[in-house]
Design a protein around this ligand. Structure first.
Ligand code: F6P
Length: 559
């Protein structure tokens, strides 16, 4: 396959027609029936991918559904596209780029080495990784100091989107591993509140700033970087430090970018910059130098363990047989849920407080990737694409929005994620609280699958209109993902799992999951609106009546 081949229209395949018919047949069945008919269903529909156990059995599928979905993958040439991605073909057609985040995770010495567009990708990756490792060790050991000779205590990462969400999510997930006396903070929003509140209580003498931006042109990041540079220089001066600006910036600012020329223009010494490459998409970049903040605060060994987890899932996706290939099956299952069962959203519900930013991270990964209406050859898509991803950690979500998942009118497939070993094994008297927590995980997936019939409700003594209110239809699809513990490697596996699920969906739909043209218009308009927002009457009058009205409101009410 070449990356520019016309995408196969999935709706014209034999598998699609068969899936349509199959969906009608299945509509008469139920999870209660299917579990009763096949007492081994839980096992036959479970798979293992690296350290993850993935139980698909509580989805609205029969084993034959998976066969038909795999046929759909074959007819839409998903695995050929996968191989093209791993080989470095330019499958990001609209930007004419290779898609090689998987190369970031290849272990040192992988053979044969990966050559792409005349570049030894493995050598480039290892060189940057070694520089990051050395830098992280310097900061952690105290060898690297601020301008006044004090060791670094806080690393502030300034970035947005893929240059923020991955680092924040992983930092939060692995916080127990951070070095004593070293913390990370993150500034992303151009709302000045973010820069202000994040730096308000920091000591500039002990603060190191990482400006992370693939393009180094992103308005939010560059503005925040300038704000923090001013904060730093003013703060040092206020402490009576005689500031040589260049020297202070060199000691307190490093950068991560693919545009090292722009880093230099900003005033950061290229010697303090870590590069990556345009074949790493922003939302796929946390395994690149974008993860520098993690290597510093959590440690380079933790960062490498994370990468090894990513790689384990990459290898599973690249080599596992289709019927055992978890990202392939889960991606196809999402297609089934969206295109055949009518799901419009997908919940991700981690039963781990440390994963509280995981759904937010997945929102960019999945929705920036697959929120598209045209295919990679510019023709319109032929079916619904990208569902809305959302979620919160359990059990908090149970007391907020689960009502709608249990008894609402919409089908909401949900992924439940849990770990056997707690990070903090606390007891409440004789009760192991982690067990209480997991009991909720098991109870929710069971309730969603099997519900509660009117007869069961009545048998408990309920009568009248209350019976209907207390009845649960069941047949609400869920996937359960379990792992031994939330280690760096397991986290890497989980992230790569969702990356590849996203890939599979995009490949079936024929879309370029690696561009993001949809965010450009708003950025351009924000720049164009600046004169009107600043009060230029002529510019305001040229706007539509809604936008003009809103700007006038702002101008009149600004204190
Ligand atoms: O929002 C669009 C986007 O380009 C994302 O894809 C990207 O992760 C983010 O902006 C930040 O971009 P950069 O790393 O170039 O600052």
């Amino acid at each position: 396959m070449t990356a520019h081949d016309t995408p196969v229209d999935p709706t014209t395949t034999a598998a699609w027609a068969a899936l349509d018919a199959h969906e009608e047949e299945l509509a008469d069945g139920s999870l209660r029936e299917w579990f009763a008919q096949d007492p081994d269903r839980g096992r036959t529909l479970s798979r293992q991918a690296a350290d993850l156990l993935v139980d698909l059995s509580k989805n609205l599928i029969q084993p034959h559904t998976l066969e038909l979905l795999l046929q759909l993958a074959q007819e839409t040439r998903v695995l050929e596209r996968r191989d093209a991605m791993f080989a470095g073909e330019h499958i990001n057609t609209t930007e004419d780029r290779a898609v090689l985040h998987t190369a970031l995770r290849r272990p040192q010495g992988s053979a044969p080495s990966l050559q792409v567009d005349g570049q030894d990708v493995d050598a480039d990756v290892q060189e940057v990784l070694e520089r990051i490792t050395a830098f992280a060790q310097n900061v952690r050991s105290g060898e690297w100091t601020g301008a006044t000779g004090k060791r670094i205590e806080t690393v502030v990462n300034i970035g947005i989107g893929g240059s923020d969400l991955g680092p924040v999510m992983i930092y939060e997930a692995l916080k127990p591993l951070r070095a004593d006396g070293l913390e990370a903070r993150f500034i992303s929003n151009i709302d000045p509140t973010d820069a202000y509140t994040t730096t308000a209580d920091l000591d500039p003498e002990t603060t190191l700033v990482i400006v992370a931006s693939k393009t180094f042109t992103t308005l939010e990041t560059i503005t925040n970087a300038r704000l923090v540079r001013t904060w730093l220089l003013d703060g040092l001066r206020a402490r009576g430090v005689e500031v040589d600006e260049r020297e202070a910036v060199a000691k307190h600012f490093v950068a991560v970018s693919t545009a090292l020329d722009k880093v230099e223009e900003f005033g950061i010494d290229p010697a303090n910059a870590f590069g990556f490459w345009n074949w790493v998409g922003g939302r796929y970049s946390v395994g690149s130098a974008i993860g520098t903040v993690l290597a510093v605060v959590l440690g380079p060994e933790v960062f490498r363990e994370l990468l090894s987890g990513f790689h384990a899932m990459d290898e599973h996706f690249r080599t596992a047989e289709p019927d055992q290939n978890v990202p392939l099956l889960m991606g196809l299952l999402n297609v089934w849920n969206v295109n055949f069962l009518g799901a419009e959203t997908h919940a991700v519900l981690p039963y781990s407080q440390y994963l509280h930013r995981f759904p937010a991270y997945l929102q960019q990964l999945t929705m920036e990737s697959n929120g598209k209406s045209v295919r990679w050859d510019g023709t319109p898509v032929t079916t619904d694409t990208g569902e809305v991803f959302w979620g919160e950690p359990g059990t908090n979500g149970q007391h907020a929005f689960y009502q709608l998942i249990h008894q609402g009118t919409r089908v909401i497939p949900a992924d439940f994620i849990a770990f056997a070993t707690p990070t903090h094994p606390l007891r409440d008297g004789k009760v192991d609280v982690h067990e209480l927590f997991l009991a909720n995980f098991f109870a929710q997936t069971k309730a969603l699958a099997f519900g509660k019939t009117a007869e069961e409700v009545e048998a408990e003594g309920t009568t009248g209109a209350l019976v209907a209110a207390r009845t649960f239809s069941g047949d609400r699809p869920t996937t359960s993902i379990m792992a031994p513990a939330l280690t760096p490697a397991v986290l890497g596996q989980l992230i790569a799992l969702y990356e590849h699920i996203t890939f599979v969906q995009g490949a079936v739909w024929g879309i370029d999951s690696f561009d993001q043209w949809g965010v450009e218009l708003g950025k351009k308009l924000a720049n164009e609106l600046a004169p009107a927002v600043a009060g230029d009457e002529q510019a305001i009058a040229a706007e539509d009546s809604s936008t003009a009205g809103l700007i006038r409101y702002y101008r009149e009410h600004r204190a």
